[in-house]
Design a protein around this ligand. Sequence first.
Ligand code: GLY
Length: 364
Amino acid sequence: MDRVTVSLGERSYRILIGNGLVDRAGDHLAGFTRNGRLLVVSDETVWSTLGARLQTGLGDIEAVPVIVPAGEDSKSWAGLRFVVDSLLSAGVERSDHVVAFGGGMVGDLAGFAAAIVNRGCRFIQVPTTLLAQVDSSVGGKTAINVAAGKNLVGAFHQPSLVLIDPLLLGTLDDRQLRAGYAEIVKYGLIEDRPFFEWLEEQGGAVLAGEPAARTKGITIAVNGKARIVEEDERETSGRRALLNLGHTFGHALEAETGYSDRLLHGEAVALGCVLAFDFSVERDVCAAEDAARVRRHFVASGLPATLSELGLAGIGDRLAAHMVHDKKREGGRTTFILARSIGQAVMDKAIELADVARFLERAR
Ligand code: GLY
């Protein structure tokens, strides 16, 4: 088992990573129970495929399930109200630890419910998708989507523990797995070139589920995120903003495709990273060979790496218009994360959207 600590003073917590951890969940969660029970928020799909496994792993601990429909629609005011009311009906107290058992939607929803119920109780993340294991379960960002946009209502609320069991990914379909893999690659691109080079060699093994390679990939990614969160928990210094590499382009692509199955979040991040590198080359801050290498790796990993393959070429103005709604805008400007090289991402607040639109108009 690997252990990563996120050091945030009194909000510090551990991330445990290991194959089969959920089958021994009781050993790791016993210290977080009250009256021998834990409230578990999950969705219908996860609970029907993996709920029995969690319950068996919990042993004598009673799991009190709060189950929402699968899908992003549950990450809403209505979903939040249902979860909060259910937790209150179940007698939640401030000293309780709510377990978020699912992908990013469940983690964000349960984490936000935990942040506000009784003015805040504790929570534990047990992520069941690769994307949630390497990104959303770590760092304490919790939120719901509202009419004005995604993730616009939420709180920074750090979990008390993150339990990552790569074996849970066995039920995940290949496309979801590859989408989560894009977020792993992102950490190499941001500040860990040797990790990117390792992924060029071992990415296939990570995707194929070779146990040692997959666990190593997850652990290095999680460790990278933990270090960044420690330095900039609330995304105020610019350090945590580096985690948005590929996301400003990616969110525009997701908005254009209606946040639908046409383009999963991780797929948008992959293509978004390619575009961020290509744009960095255009602005003369990055070598063309690095951008080509990034594209090659995403193609080799079965991820989208061109606008044309998604039918999104030649609509630069429309894509740039979506960026006007990016929630990371400051003083009327959109912040971009560009790259000097593989392993050296940089923040740039001085980019004109018109330049981005022209770049996207030409990009294929
Ligand atoms: N997913 C980006 C962050 O946690 O800051």
